[in-house]
Design a protein around this ligand. Structure first.
Ligand SMILES: [Fe+2]
Ligand SMILES: [Fe+2]
Length: 261
């Protein structure tokens, strides 16, 4: 599968089944990929404020809706990893190889969600989806976003916020008993810590290699990322620390998010 064609595939399961060959194609490429303005979709996309209300988590509909929302995030996380491979062919080889593995792991997360949804007869497409994550990561071609900022936005801000949201979901699921949805969210959350840690490691490595102060850049990039991609969950300090956030960064997160320290 050609990397450029992969973004235009509409069916989520087709994207999963062809990811290995699309990753191999993007890893070989030396030219910047012309990424489409919007990825292919087989489900109606609309802004999330136009979504139907969320059913109670204790119901089958509630569990299905939760998995559907998580699947939509995993789909975009997979595509954003692939976008960075395509848009930053000049990035260090080791970074690109780790990112390729991350993209394949996002595909696995997406498949877990889709299979669990099929099992409870709430398949992909039962609810609408949004493209917010795709849209909130600025296209390199039009914004000249640096690789450092891309890593910050996708892996430290978006995926970092995903840890906060995942932890809050597990708390809400604690009264629901053992369900497939809960097992899926637990597994994904555990592996997402590594994705954020990957972002932390390469963010610092690239800042230092360019003679930039990682803390100073963090203070500059965070308000910009939050303005473009708002988040309301309180940062989960334990998971953020596990993912490599320093005390300076955690204090900065709490202050910038508007939570008291
Ligand atoms: Fe994921
Ligand atoms: Fe991830």
């Amino acid at each position: 599968m050609n990397g450029a064609e992969w973004f235009r595939l509409k069916a989520a399961r087709d994207k999963i089944s062809t990811i290995e060959s699309a990753v191999a194609d993007l890893l070989q490429a030396t030219d910047i990929l012309n990424v489409p303005a919007a990825p292919g979709r087989d489900v109606e996309a609309r802004p999330s404020f136009l979504f139907p209300p969320k059913p109670k988590l204790s119901s089958q509909d509630g569990q299905g809706r939760l998995l559907h929302d998580v699947a939509n995030i995993e789909l975009q996380a997979m595509e954003l990893a692939m976008r960075t491979l395509g848009e930053y062919p000049e990035a260090p080889r080791a970074f690109r190889e780790e990112l390729a593995d991350l993209a394949v792991q996002e595909a696995k997360h997406l498949r877990l969600c889709l299979d669990a949804m099929d099992e409870i007869d709430r398949p992909w497409g039962t609810w609408p989806i949004h493209l917010a994550l795709w849209e909130q990561a600025p296209l390199k071609a039009t914004t000249c976003t640096s690789l450092i900022e891309r890593i910050f936005v996708v892996h430290r801000h978006m995926e970092g916020s995903g840890l906060d949201a995942g932890s809050a979901i597990l708390t809400r699921l604690s009264g629901v008993g053992r369900t497939r949805a809960k097992a899926v969210v637990q597994l994904i959350l555990k592996e997402e810590v590594d994705h954020v840690a990957f972002g932390t490691k390469w963010y610092r490595t690239l800042c230092l290699s360019e003679g930039l102060d990682p803390d100073g850049c963090f203070s500059e990039l965070l308000p910009r990322a939050l303005a473009n991609s708002p988040r309301t969950e309180k940062p989960d300090m334990e998971l953020r620390r596990k993912a490599g956030f320093s005390e300076f960064e955690i204090q900065c997160l709490l202050r910038t998010h508007g939570f008291s320290i």
